[in-house]
Design a binder for this molecule. Sequence first.
Ligand code: FES
Length: 574
Amino acid sequence: MSRKTLEELRSQRWFGVDNMRAFGHRSRTMEMGFSREDFMGKPVIGIVNTWADTNTCHSHMRQRAEEVKRGVWQAGGFPLEMPAMSVGEQHTKPTSMLYRNFLAMETEELLRSQPVDGVVLMGGCDKTTPALLMGAISMNLPAIYVPAGAMLRGHWRGTTLGSGTDVFKYWAERRAGNVTNEQWSELEEGIARSAGTCMTMGTASTMMSLAEVLGFSLPGASSIPAVDSTHSMMASRSGRRIVEMVWNDQKPSDIATHEAFQDAIVADMALGGSTNAIIHLTAMAGRAGIKLTLDDFDEASKKTPMLLNLKPSGKYLMEDFYYSGGLRALLRQISDLLHLDRTVCNGMTFGENIETAEIFNEEVIRPRSNPISATGGTAALKGNLAPYGAIIKPTAAEPHLLKHTGPAVAFENVDDMYARIDDPDLDVTKDSVLVLKNAGPKGAPGMPEWGQLPIPQKLLKQGVRDMVRISDCRMSGTSFGACVLHVAPEAAVGGNLALVKTGDLITLDVEARKLELHVSDEELEMRRNSWEAPKSPYTRGYGALFMQHVTQAHEGCDFDFLHAGDSTPEPKIY
Ligand code: FES
């Protein structure tokens, strides 16, 4: 690998030339108190930090940014922190997914418009990881990812609590009348004990892990708890490493290869990762000019055993994963399924990074000889109800529902669902199939996490805890249940989901990968003739842009104009 010279650094166009504009760039950098020797003749490292008081999971990241800067200074770089929209999962409404592409665009344009040679991306809460990487892949400057890390285990009355997963579980018990107000209040105080992301294998943990598998994080980084001192060390090591990556010109296009995405899909299956990973990986790959399909995920699922015993599919939490050896130990178990020769961000091969990893607790990370399930955590479905596909996480569902035929109880939208779901007169049994329409990328809009439709209260009181549920939205990676998600095409663009009526029979057969609506083509055509598309709530602003350009779930829900294409010119500096 040839090393860059100082003159070849991109930032030299701002700082290293003799003209009036460069005078301004230098004098105004000195305005901040930096002396000439602090920044002249050095690579400029942008630190895109998604810290914000509105992002509950990133509260430690102001401190981590300082630790990244320490590493950058030590390695001879000049760090510049650049805050970006935080997209915290908890407070961002109507759904953080509406803003993933916004952060991706912001990341790309921040890097393009500023005197940056390389970037440290700081994220973790669900959408931040794919968004930051999508932007960085499109911009293609050397980039390293610092994952926020998961929070510590939750605790309540002698039991551990997992983010999301146990909220859904105890909320169902509360609706069934089994949890008091006092107990509910105790749960609220015990479930989130430290800075960091959700500590189940939800979307955040999944995407941080997959960023490491792709090769954008230092080996082992994604499994470190957010508040562990090792996390600070990882941050400063990342700062040191990015300076080397700049000199070596090691860019995202060298890392985000087709093989890397194949490995991420395999790892996702072994982790029992979030269903959301399918959409995010598809979008990230699209930025690199790589087309992933649901078949890629399904093929990986068939050949990859699920080895990680973490909620929502299993029993333990991210802290346990770390103490048991972490992601590297899990990857070593499936190394025969991975591309070990590709070079990742630390300059080593993927295989070299995992070859010495050990499992320290085989209850948490199962060895290959004793998997949680012989196949991966996600299955892709097709049929007349989802011609472009749908997905389900079989490992998080009650097994008896994985082959099921039942009558639909159809809800036109989320308002209709919440108005009727607990009506004692709702004609529903444990064998019914709950169907939610108009909750997809354009229908909701923003494809929120409504896919774990609530079990009707009268069934909860009868002891029912899982049912087949079908929608065109997503569900939280921390959720569980026989929930068919991401139905494409979605109802709002006229997919057959829009035509389902209460009482129609629907068959889910996970082993056969089928999702069938038992209504004739002629009858569907008649229904389609009287169907009307829902009206968009947005006529201006970002929402209108989103409605015009978002793609369907199987395409990754990126904006069509952000897919890989001709390169965007560097800014002129006059
Ligand atoms: Fe931030 Fe779950 S709310 S990761």
